[in-house]
Write a protein that binds this ligand. Structure first.
Ligand code: DGL
Length: 268
């Protein structure tokens, strides 16, 4: 039987989902978490739907074998391609992440929003369905962030190559008068300083991290699986990565998190 002191399982194609882990840990510090960074198989965004489903199954089964009480798919590409399959085949609750185009559509004044995401997300049926539900006056400028995830996984966040890629993706959107940019990949929040430099201060940058943390809290609470706040001192935060752990360690090294984290290189 699932118990409240089991961990929250989280997976991503790599280190990007830690942007979601940070939101979850901030909102639910009493919870233990087990994060899988499937960096050996990154990027997912260029893979077929069948390949993404197979990787999502591998990660899910690993987390379930470690007794996770809920699984957060901290990857837009895996959510948009595989979450329906996962929900149909496993009993545990799943929380997914999708690009925040609905909040952006409510916020835009120019009726033009930009979205930067992987090919796998932008080509998915789920993304197509969500975009079709928006007010028809809203124009969405879609851009595949080819190469961005690989540069982040290799620790090249502040490289010239990154700046050039971001300029080539974002400048055409600025010309189209976007006033909101949706970050449709959990790796991209780590690029906000560089993106901000290109966009200037007037264009809103929107991601779904906080919404995912709140939804995780809501689902756990409804299932009576939230850990009691008093148990915070007993929580553990474990990160497994199946490739070199240096970039993961670097991204997690900010702020007060650092001391209580365990980061382990292992295959899964
Ligand atoms: N973090 C994943 C996402 O949110 C990156 C996908 C990839 O590996 O290409 O889509």
């Amino acid at each position: 039987m699932i118990q409240e002191d089991f961990s929250i399982g989280i997976f991503d194609s790599g280190v990007g989902g830690t942007s979601i882990w940070k939101e979850i840990n901030q909102l639910l510090p009493m919870e233990s978490t087990l994060y899988l960074s499937d960096s050996k198989n990154a990027p997912y965004g260029t893979k077929s739907k069948e390949e993404i489903i197979a990787l999502a199954i591998k990660n899910t089964e690993y987390l379930l074998n470690k007794n996770c009480k809920i699984i957060v798919v901290a990857c837009n590409t895996a959510t948009t391609n595989a979450i329906a399959y996962l929900r149909a085949h496993y009993k545990v609750p799943f929380i997914g992440i999708e690009p925040a185009i609905k909040p952006a559509a409510l916020q835009t004044k120019t009726n033009t929003i930009g979205i930067l995401a992987t090919k796998g997300t932008l080509n998915s049926a789920l993304f197509e369905k969500t975009s079709q539900k928006l007010n028809s006056k809203i124009q969405i400028i879609e851009q595949i962030g080819a190469g961005l995830v690989a540069l982040i996984e290799n620790g090249k966040l502040e490289s010239e190559e990154m700046t050039h890629l971001l300029q080539s993706y974002l400048e055409p959107m600025i010309s189209e008068q976007i006033d909101c940019l949706v970050l449709g990949c959990t790796h991209y929040p780590y690029l906000i300083p560089q993106i901000r430099k290109i966009l200037g201060s007037k264009i809103h940058i929107i991601d779904s991290g906080q919404a995912v943390a709140k939804q995780t809290q809501k689902v756990l609470s409804e299932a009576n699986l939230l850990k009691k706040a008093a148990a915070t001192s007993k929580s553990s935060q474990l990160f497994l990565i199946n490739s070199n752990k240096s970039i993961l360690t670097k991204l997690l090294a900010d702020g007060e998190h650092k001391k209580s984290l365990q980061i382990i290189e292992t295959d899964f």
